[in-house]
Design a protein around this ligand. Sequence first.
Ligand code: FES
Ligand code: FES
Length: 164
Amino acid sequence: MTTVSMTVNGQPVTADIEPRTLLVTFLRENLRLTGTHVGCDTSQCGACVVHLDGEAVKSCTVLAVQAQGSSVTTIEGLATDGELHPMQAAFRENHGLQCGFCTPGMIMSAVDIVRRKGKDLDEATIRAELEGNLCRCTGYHNIVKSIAAGAQAMAQAPLQQAAE
Ligand code: FES
Ligand code: FES
């Protein structure tokens, strides 16, 4: 066992874990943050995307010990004071989900796309950027629409919320 400490959704956490524990397993099983999903065992689906020090990562590809001392944000950490993050609201308003399984990863990736590419996202850019996120339900049309709308909404949101 080894001791790992990090900040998750603004809260300091420490736990004794097996060194081989994946970050996604640590989040789901140790911290019970089950909004981060596991949809594959091949690092392809993107259901497990979280932000590690502000950047999107597939948490099934990161060991928890690699996040030692880092700041992690999961889908549970996006809302502020009970208000959905603008990207979450955009998915709801634009019907960007059906079963919802891929949605946490889609939203975490979407926020990261806006951070890297800015608020004016065209369809081709969004579709290319979503290469690492798979959805089995929606056909992607409304996901693309949601991300375009969410990007615009983030630009108008208070700075703190738009940042994360
Ligand atoms: S669980 Fe599928 S990419 Fe991580
Ligand atoms: S909404 Fe069902 S997998 Fe994407």
